[in-house]
Ligand binder design. Sequence first.
Ligand SMILES: C[S@@+](CC[C@H](N)C(=O)[O-])C[C@H]1O[C@@H](n2cnc3c(N)ncnc32)[C@H](O)[C@@H]1O
Length: 205
Amino acid sequence: VNKPLAGVVSRGHELLAEVVGPGDLVVDLTAGNGYDTLCLARLAGADGQIIAFDIQPEAIESTRQRLAAAGFSPRLHEGGERPLPRRGGIDLLAAGHELLAEYLPAAPRAVVANLGYLPGGDPRIRTSAEPTLRALQQASRLLAKGGRLVVVVYTGHPGGEEEGAAVSRFFAELDQGSFQVIRFQVLNRTQAPYLLAAEKMPGST
Ligand SMILES: C[S@@+](CC[C@H](N)C(=O)[O-])C[C@H]1O[C@@H](n2cnc3c(N)ncnc32)[C@H](O)[C@@H]1O
């Protein structure tokens, strides 16, 4: 069966599947409707720990429902305990991803973000450059060696171009001795979303 050539979300999931396995600690910075959280939950399994952030109650609920329909029982947190204990299962956090370092119990194997606004939700509630960069800086510092940071960027909404430019610059400036960085995008379409991914090299300091 031919897969679509250009799906940035599914390509992102493939990049995650190459490094995430049973028992791993992984993070979704933008739970949204839960597609990425569910992907991570399946890859990390019952012994894995999945920590998913979102600032919007609608997104937390949508993710909870998607996970429940797939047989998972996430724990819900309204802030509270930091760092979270290291344990198996899914922690759904009603908190901003810029607080990533405060909540993380250990080095994550993968961190994913899907920027922009909640599909089907309020388009005014969206990610923005400053908190996104803070989260990505923490993620790149804390990521386990061999781990990956996978981000999907959309530029068609207000503020999207600016955020995308800032996030692209962040990836492009990651130290080449410590990270390998790629970008994936349809080139013959305007405002096509794109995928940025970085792998922390096993030999990095
Ligand atoms: C494009 S959606 C995510 C889609 C999701 N990954 C999925 O698989 O369905 C972006 C989400 O980021 C959330 N968001 C915006 N700013 C945030 C922040 N500072 N911290 C955490 N989530 C944030 C929004 O509420 C929205 O639900």
